[in-house]
Design a protein. Structure first.
Length: 614
């Protein structure tokens, strides 16, 4: 026969729980003060809801013990049993479990905050008098970290006015967190934006009030004075002078604050942390999740009522409200950027100067950022270092190179021929330039290919073409072995004898073909099937160049072969790409050939390049 199940209640080992909180939930023991301040604020909020105009003071006293006294709603003996003595129970939840904090009233919600005090003390004493019944005696609750507690009533004068006093006797190993100076700086850190007055009293009785009105809410004599006050605040908070300040104001989310624009480049993968206050209480100074990833160039300070914290209260809880706030703040920062683009090009340029590399890195993945900033980003072009917008205005067809070397070699010639070329060789640049037509309809972007450049170079006149025919035939014979054509054109600068136009695809195609020839069986078939009709490279000889003019008249076959090899070799070197062994051999041959000819000329005075055939 089966026994009927017997009911038991979980036992909670409080020491284990405190250990869990202190080592895994909270980043530092200092959070104990935040939890105490927060409870005091919530208690005042609760009292003012029923007694508008009730006093709103929080006093932190330091010394051998640390106490936080508030003029809040207070606790009756029944409340003490219900809320203080039951972990996880909170007066800030409605009966149906609905979190009132989410509606904007309280900061606390979980019913575990008080446990943070056990991180620095073994015993917590709470003395409280409910504001609802002023004549009631005070109740004292002593809770210990082993999970035991005692309750007793005290005469009403144990607490001079309704409210609550929480007292801790710090453990020997936690003394540093309760020293007077440390407490003042922690109170300022967490509580400077709290709406209720927070005063820290040191053992000599000197008091410091930590509240301050943030500079974005203060009245300033002039816009300049306001800008200066904000810059000063940014320096004090983040340690830099901002390039500009963006006001953030989202009334529906109960959010106010500012975004400071960083004056120097940052690594976009290191998301900047923002300083977020929830209902005045500092939540985190590293909350990256407040802004979209692309907004890496600002750091914000905000105070918000509608967002929720995680249980550690050190990060924002990721929910739909946070997503909506993030989008709205992103839109605000975009507006700032578009506003700059429209009205303050000088500041926009300073912004781009600092952040363009990071902006380029992100714009590839962020369409919105791309649309907004691509026209303003600087690129190296045949018109110098200009924005794509300026460049596209002058050149409806934008040509972009695949490598820096290709740009260096072709740009001067293409520019002289009236073509607009952008150096696409740097990381991201080619991809980005290709997206310009999405943003700027009517603009065409194409990769620079040899045919485009040659099509824009002036052909040599037919008489010159005819006169050079014999030499060109020899040259075609020589460079044909390298899958290259030879054409005669006239182009600037005259000092350039030859230009080798080649593209990577054509080169790969030739490598593939070469491999197919030298392999057999399966590989030859595979490589053969990959073969496409790729454009050949082109050696463009410059008819305006004096050396080329003379070369065209060479009739001696040996010298013509060497000259063609030398011209090809020189153009090859200018492409700055790695040479294949056959190309190095050609250069070597051409050099020795020219040397031999030069020496031969010396041996037989009167002979020269024009000498008749031997
Ligand atoms: N200073 C105070 N005045 C009045 N009631 C208090 C005070 N401090 C604590 N309490 C009561 O004790 C309960 C538990 O407090 P605790 O700090 O553990 O959790 P919480 O503030 O409700 O939530 P959280 O864990 O999010 O801080 C509170 O809900 C409140 O009812």
């Amino acid at each position: 026969m089966s026994q009927s199940p017997s009911a038991h209640t979980f036992q909670v080992d409080l020491r284990g729980l405190v250990d869990l909180l202190s080592h895994h939930l909270y980043s530092s023991p200092r959070v104990y003060l935040r939890e105490l301040l927060q409870n005091a604020v919530d208690a005042i909020t609760a009292r003012q809801a029923v007694q508008p105009g009730a006093p709103a003071r929080i006093t932190v006293r330091t010394g051998d013990t640390l106490s936080v006294t508030d003029t809040g709603v207070g606790l009756s003996e029944a409340d003490v049993h219900t809320f203080l003595a039951t972990i996880g129970r909170s007066s800030k939840r409605a009966a149906d479990g609905e979190i009132e904090a989410a509606r904007g009233d309280f900061i606390g919600q979980f019913g575990i905050g008080l446990l943070a005090c056990f991180v620095v003390a073994d015993e917590i004493t709470v003395v409280s008098r409910p504001a609802a019944s002023p004549g009631a005696p005070a109740v004292e609750w002593r809770g210990r970290s082993d999970g035991s507690y005692t309750i007793r009533t005290l005469p009403a004068d144990a607490l001079p006015e309704p409210g609550t006093r929480v007292t801790l006797t710090p453990r020997a190993d936690a003394g540093e967190w309760t020293e007077p100076e440390r407490v003042t700086s922690l109170a300022r850190h967490y509580g400077s934006l709290l709406r209720h007055e927070v005063t820290v009293v040191d053992p000599r009785g000197e008091s410091t009030t930590v509240n301050e009105t943030p500079p974005w809410e203060r009245r300033h004599g002039s816009p300049l004075a306001r800008a200066e006050a904000l810059a000063e605040h940014c320096r004090a908070t983040f340690g830099f002078t901002p390039l500009d300040t963006i006001d953030l104001d989202l009334p529906v989310a109960g959010l106010r604050g500012v975004a400071y624009v960083l004056p120097t480049a940052v690594n976009p993968s290191e998301r900047a942390g923002h300083r977020v206050h929830l209902k005045g209480m500092l939540l985190s100074d590293r909350a990256a999740e407040l802004l979209p990833e692309w907004a890496f160039f600002v750091r914000c300070v905000v105070d918000v009522t509608s967002l929720r914290p995680t249980a550690s209260r050190e990060a924002l809880y990721e929910d739909e409200t946070l997503a909506a706030v993030r989008d709205a703040l992103g839109a605000r920062i975009r507006d700032w950027l578009t506003g700059l683009a429209a009205s303050d090009p000088v500041l926009l340029r300073r912004f781009i100067d600092s952040h363009h590399l990071a902006v380029k890195a992100l714009a590839r993945y962020d369409d919105a950022l791309l649309r907004m900033l691509l026209p303003w980003l600087p690129f190296e072009t045949t018109d110098g270092n200009v924005t794509l917008e300026e460049f596209a205005r002058a050149h409806p067809t934008v040509l972009v190179t695949r490598s820096v070397d290709e740009f260096r070699q072709v740009a001067p010639i293409a520019a002289a021929a009236g073509l607009g070329v952008v150096n696409g060789g740097y990381t991201y640049d080619r991809d980005l330039v290709h997206r310009l037509p999405e943003i700027r309809p009517g603009t065409t972007v194409t990769d620079l290919d040899p045919a485009t450049v040659t099509a824009h170079l002036d052909p040599a006149d037919s008489a010159a073409e005819l006169a050079a025919a014999a030499f060109l035939a020899v040259a075609r014979e020589v460079v044909g072995q390298y899958d290259c054509d030879v054409v005669l054109r006239a182009f600037q600068p005259v000092t350039a004898p030859a230009l080798l136009l080649d593209d990577r695809e054509a080169r790969h195609e030739r490598t593939r073909a070469g491999l197919a020839q030298s392999s057999d069986g399966l590989w030859a078939d595979i490589l053969g099937s990959l073969r496409t009709e790729a454009p050949r490279a082109q050696l463009v000889l410059n008819h305006l160049n004096p050396l080329v003019r003379r070369a065209a008249t060479v009739t001696e076959r040996g010298l013509a072969l060497t000259t063609a090899e030398a011209l090809y070799g020189q153009a090859l070197l200018l492409t700055r790409r790695p040479l294949k062994s056959s190309e190095s051999a050609l250069l070597n041959r051409a050099f020795i050939g020219l040397l031999t000819h030069a020496m031969h000329d010396q041996d037989t005075p009167g002979s020269g390049p024009d000498a008749k055939e031997h």
